[in-house]
Design a protein around this ligand. Structure first.
Ligand code: COA
Ligand code: MG
Length: 296
C-alpha cells in the first residue's frame, strides 16, 4: 500500500491554485469539489478537475485524489461521473455516517471504472470519518466487511463541531481539542489501525503558523498517525519533514533489528542497558518500512 505524507487540498475551480499543485512537494493533491467550491461553480469545478486529471496522467511522484460532495446530496454522483474519466488515484469521501457509505461509494466506483475501462478496484477511498454525530457511534461497522478500497481514514473537527452543536472544538483553558474531538481522533486512529488503513492527521487550519503545525505533526506521529492533510502550499514541506524518520531514528531501528538477528531464537535482548522484546522489533521494522516508502 502506498502511503502519502502530505495531502494538499486544492479548490477544484481555481485555475491559479491548480497550476501551483504539480510543483508543490505534497505527496498527493486533493482536488476539492466540496466545501472549497461555491454552489454556483460546481459544474465548472467538475470540468476543471477532470481536465486537470487528464492533463496529469503520471502520478509517480504525486497522486491526484478528488473530494466529492457527501453521498446524501444530489451532487455526489454527478461529481463522480465527471471526474472518473480522469482516473483519479482515489476519492475523498466527506460527512460519512458509517461504513455503509464507503461501501456505496465502492459500488459506484466499480460501475464507473468499468465504463471508463479502468482496472476494477483501482480507485482508492480516503474517508473523513468524523464529520457527523452518527459517525462517532458507528466505527464498529468498519470492522465488518468494509470495501478494500478504503486505504485511509482521517478525521475532522470543524464539521463535527457544527454537528454536535458546539460553538468551538477547543477547550477554553488549554486550547487543545476538547473531549468529543479527542474521542473522534482516537476512534479514527484505532479504527484505521484495526483495518490496516493509513490513519491521516487532521487539517491544521492556522496556515500561517508553521511552528504550530510542526508541533502538531510530531504529536500526531507519536500517537500513530502517518501524514497530514494540508490546506496551504507552505504546509506540505513541514508535513513531509515531520513524517520522514530522522537519521537517528533510522540508525536506532537498524541496531534493534541487528541485535535480534545476531541473537536468533531470543525473544528478549538487551541494548544500551534497556530491555527489548517483540514490540520493539515490530516498531523498528515499521519504521524501516516507512523509510523505504518515503525515500522513493
Ligand atoms: N493550493 C494551491 N495553491 C494555493 C493554495 C492551495 N491550497 N492556497 C494558496 N495557494 C496559492 C495562492 O493562490 C497564492 O498564489 P498566487 O499569489 O499566485 O495566487 C499563493 O499560494 C500564496 O497564497 P496565500 O496568499 O498565502 O494564501 P491565500 O490567502 O491566497 O489563500 C486559503 C488562503 C486558505 C484561502 C487557501 O490556502 C486555500 O484555498 N486553501 C484550500 C482551502 C480548501 O481547499 N479547503 C477545503 C478543505 S478544508
Ligand atoms: Mg469541511
Amino acid at each position: 500500500m502506498r502511503l502519502n505524507r502530505s495531502w494538499l487540498f486544492v479548490p477544484g475551480d481555481s485555475e491559479r491554485k491548480l497550476a501551483k499543485g504539480p510543483d508543490n512537494p505534497a505527496d498527493a493533491l486533493i482536488l476539492d469539489l466540496e466545501d472549497a467550491v461555491s454552489d454556483d461553480r460546481q459544474e465548472i469545478a467538475r470540468e476543471m478537475t477532470r481536465d486537470f486529471l487528464k492533463a496529469h496522467p503520471d502520478r509517480s511522484r504525486q497522486e491526484l485524489w478528488v473530494r466529492i460532495n457527501p453521498l446524501d446530496t444530489p451532487l455526489s454522483l454527478p461529481d463522480l461521473v465527471a471526474v472518473m474519466p480522469g482516473a483519479p488515484d482515489g476519492i475523498v469521501l466527506p460527512k460519512v455516517y458509517s461504513a455503509a457509505d464507503v461501501n456505496s461509494l465502492a459500488t459506484m466506483l466499480s460501475a464507473l471504472e468499468t465504463r471508463e475501462g479502468l482496472e476494477l478496484g483501482s480507485t482508492r477511498i480516503l474517508c473523513v470519518a468524523t464529520e457527523t454525530a452518527q459517525s462517532l457511534l458507528t466505527f464498529h461497522t468498519y470492522l465488518d466487511n468494509v470495501s478494500s478500497r478504503l486505504t485511509a481514514l482521517t478525521w475532522g473537527g470543524e464539521d463535527l463541531a457544527a454537528a454536535l452543536g458546539a460553538s468551538t472544538n477547543r477547550h477554553p483553558d488549554t486550547g487543545d481539542y476538547d473531549t468529543p474531538f479527542q474521542l473522534a481522533k482516537t476512534l479514527c486512529l484505532t479504527t484505521a489501525r484495526a483495518i490496516d488503513a493509513q490513519p491521516v492527521g487532521v487539517v491544521f487550519v492556522d496556515f500561517r503558523d508553521l511552528e504550530g503545525l510542526e508541533k502538531e505533526c510530531q504529536r500526531d506521529r507519536h500517537s500513530g498517525f502517518i501524514g497530514k492533510i494540508a490546506i496551504h502550499p507552505a504546509q506540505s514541506e513541514v508535513i513531509n519533514r515531520a513524517f520522514t524518520p530522522t537519521d537517528d531514528e533510522v540508525a536506532h531501528a537498524k541496531r534493534v533489528i541487528a541485535v535480534f538477528e545476531d541473537n536468533p531464537g531470543l525473544g528478549t535482548v538487551g541494548l544500551d542497558g534497556k530491555m527489548l522484546d517483540m514490540p520493539h522489533l515490530k516498531q523498528a521494522r515499521n519504521l524501516m518500512a516507512l523509510v523505504e516508502q518515503f525515500s522513493g
